[in-house]
Write a protein of this length. Structure first.
Length: 244
């Protein structure tokens, strides 16, 4: 109910489209390495160092955002092929929707072949309303629904997160900090749990290198395999062609 009340209030107040989303075309991306791969749902991790490749092509309100991840041993971890659309885009309120085909790769011993890489397929949808309460502060909800095509993953997955984003806080000359604390509920193929997570990023103005970190802490969970505490550091290089 909280989600639908938030959407209804914000959409009623700020439903006029923004001209800035109509004609822009932007190609951007990043390449990063991390000591511990943490996934889109931060309670899931590779528990190994990983390389992360993100791309984004945006035209007006539409974007295509593929993501590729590998362990540093060269084994694939997961691939996401996001299609996203900005349903509402105003200075105060934004509402995005998206879907992706997800491929998750895991190693499994299959006699007589030996160790093999198994591919698990997922179809996922997201809804992400964001409301700006100040120049560098916003509140958001994030809902994700997923379902796998393979045995063992073919039940529904639900993720609901409430977050606050503080953007480009000046720590020193040209040194900027952004952070996004979030409390979320996760129901993963039956069992469920509550978690706290926070994402941090530190960058210099006009420098394409960013240091990022994600922390994840269990509040209460019945989901098997959940680590009580996860963290990582990511060093990434970003590029962009075109302007928003």
């Amino acid at each position: 109910m909280l989600l639908f009340c938030f959407l209804g209030l914000a959409y009623t107040s700020f439903a006029q489209p923004s001209d800035s989303t109509r004609r822009s075309s932007v190609l951007s991306g990043s390449i990063g390495v991390t000591n511990n791969g943490i996934s889109l749902i931060p309670s899931f991790s590779l528990e190994k160092p990983a390389a992360i490749f993100n791309m984004s092509w945006q035209k007006g309100r539409f974007s295509f955002d593929p993501e590729f991840t590998f362990s540093l041993e060269g084994k694939p971890w997961y691939q996401l092929y996001w299609l996203r659309y900005k349903l509402v885009s105003t200075p105060k309120f934004k509402l995005g929707a998206g879907t992706h085909l997800g491929l998750n790769f895991r190693s499994k011993f299959l006699p007589p072949v030996g160790e093999s890489i198994i591919t698990e397929r997922y179809l996922v949808a997201e809804l992400s309303p964001t409301y700006s309460i100040a120049k560098r502060t916003s509140l958001g909800l994030y809902y994700l629904h997923g379902r796998g095509f393979d045995i063992g993953t073919n039940q529904a997955l639900h993720f609901i997160g409430l977050n606050t984003t503080f953007s480009d806080i000046s720590l020193a000359k040209n040194l900027l900090l952004s952070l996004t604390p979030q409390v979320y509920y996760l129901k993963a193929y039956g069992p469920e749990g509550f978690y706290f997570t926070s994402a941090f990023s530190l960058k210099m103005s006009n420098v394409p290198i960013t240091l990022r970190s994600t922390l994840n802490k269990v509040i209460q969970t019945k989901i098997p395999g959940s680590k009580d505490f996860l963290w990582n550091l990511v060093l990434s290089y970003s590029f962009q062609k075109g302007k928003h």
